[in-house]
Design a protein around this ligand. Structure first.
Ligand code: PHE
Length: 420
């Protein structure tokens, strides 16, 4: 590598065998789209902030965090797939680009915060298509309670479980109480856990209503349909996901739950504190609310994109004419150690990274279109279809050909495949 350390802002991390961040990704750490006035992600973040107006709001926390903060303290088991170099950007063995805003939970509790939001850029190695991008944005919310202040009288109707409520503009389906698979923690009394759950669900239903109020594609008068789905996270129990019905599809908005007590202990707080947390993804929500068709548009500097939005308003995006796409296939044989056996290590995400490093935001989509094993040599062949399209200019065939040639060269030099 040209430099022996990976730099994020003025912090520099000595590279080691774990390092897999690329220059393109490190470049993104300074963009801070969620803090750019007039940007749809900023507009949305400010809406959430307004809905939780008595929560502290943090939108400037550095994206480089320790493995400990991102995984260990949150109770991720050592073999959790999220920890793999295939899924996460490692600066080095001890440090990563945060994969979620939950990485800040413990530290903020430790410094005395009791109710807070964190809006931030998060990083995950991923496939390439119109709704996946290796950088996206989340908002974390966390609230702590004093156990002694709860009292049994706070408890409502069993946390709304088994409820199908028509509360005016929202239609809620919730048959996901705590179960044996999604249990109340042993250290918590059932009443306290249910109390938190009820508060959490009530607050988040209020948030959704606030966000979708007057959303453009909602048929007039029809209530918004939402549902609570049982989920699993290492750092909450019980846990849920909240989904919203949007144009006939269930859209997953957020994950949440009652914070695992060991986290609260790790933050130096006693058993007299319990709390809930949620994490909300901003891009997919912004895509439906503003009608933005491609996730790469959030990164566009094209005034035809940015000039369409007004701070404080959720308005419908009017797509401008798109440049034509250009698709190219690439086929290759995997090397024997990539395709089989215990050392099998072919990862789609590695391929995605190679293409992104060459083509940047000009790559729109990458799909595997064929794979087979040669009957005689037993070697595995793969074919991927790459769709190129620029968001803001016309690209010549020549330029795409040059890009594709470079992709092919790097597949050989970096991933050791044999082109067909
Ligand atoms: N961090 C989780 C994710 O990124 C979401 C989450 C946050 C879940 C807080 C529970 C509590 O998927």
């Amino acid at each position: 590598h040209p430099t022996s350390s990976a730099k994020v802002g003025d912090r520099s991390y000595p590279r080691d065998q774990w390092t897999n961040v690329t220059p393109t990704i490190l470049d993104r750490t300074t963009a801070q789209l969620h803090r750019q006035p007039g940007h749809p992600l900023h507009i949305l973040a400010q809406r959430v902030r307004a809905t939780f107006s008595d929560f502290a709001f943090h939108d400037y926390l550095n994206p480089d965090v320790t493995v400990e903060a991102n995984f260990d303290q949150l109770g991720f088991p050592p073999d959790h797939p999220g920890r793999s170099r295939g899924d996460t950007y490692y600066l080095n063995e001890q440090n990563v680009l945060r994969t979620h805003t939950s990485a800040h939970q413990t530290d903020l509790m430790r410094v005395g915060e009791r109710k807070f939001l964190v809006a931030a850029d998060v990083y995950r190695r991923d496939e390439i298509d119109s709704s996946h991008y290796p950088v996206f944005h989340q908002i974390e919310g966390l609230k702590l309670f004093d156990v002694s202040s709860l009292g049994p009288e706070g408890l409502g109707d069993g946390a709304g479980v088994g409820r199908t409520a028509d509360t005016g503009p929202v239609h809620v389906v919730d048959d996901s109480g705590p179960t044996s698979a999604n249990p109340v923690q042993e250290v918590h009394s059932r009443n306290n856990s249910l109390y938190l759950t009820e508060d959490l669900k009530k607050e988040l239903e209020r948030l959704v209503l606030e966000l979708f109020r007057g959303a453009p594609s909602k048929e007039s008068g029809a209530p918004l349909k939402i549902r609570w789905v049982e989920a699993y996270f290492p750092f909450t129990s019980p846990s849920w996901e909240l989904e919203v019905e949007w144009e006939g599809q269930w859209l997953e908005l957020l994950g949440c739950g009652v914070i695992q007590q060991p986290l609260i202990r790790a933050a130096g707080l006693g058993e007299n504190r319990i709390g809930w947390a949620f994490g909300l993804g901003l891009e997919r929500l912004a895509m439906v609310l503003f009608g933005i068709p491609d996730i790469r548009l959030f990164w566009s500097k094209d005034p035809r994109f940015l000039s369409q939005f007004t701070e404080g308003e959720i308005t419908r995006f009017k797509p401008f004419s798109r440049h034509p796409p250009c698709t190219k296939d690439v086929s290759f044989w995997l090397s024997p150690e990539q395709e089989c056996g215990v050392a099998a290590n072919w990862s789609d995400n590695d391929l995605m990274e190679v293409i992104r490093e060459v083509a940047g935001d000009m790559v729109e989509d990458v799909k595997m279109v064929d794979s087979f094993i040669h009957p005689k040599t037993h070697r595995k062949s793969m074919c991927y279809r790459i769709t190129y399209r620029s968001m803001d200019r016309n690209v010549t065939n020549e330029e795409i050909n040059t890009t594709q040639e470079e992709v092919r060269r790097r597949l050989v030099s970096q991933l050791r495949v044999e082109l067909r």
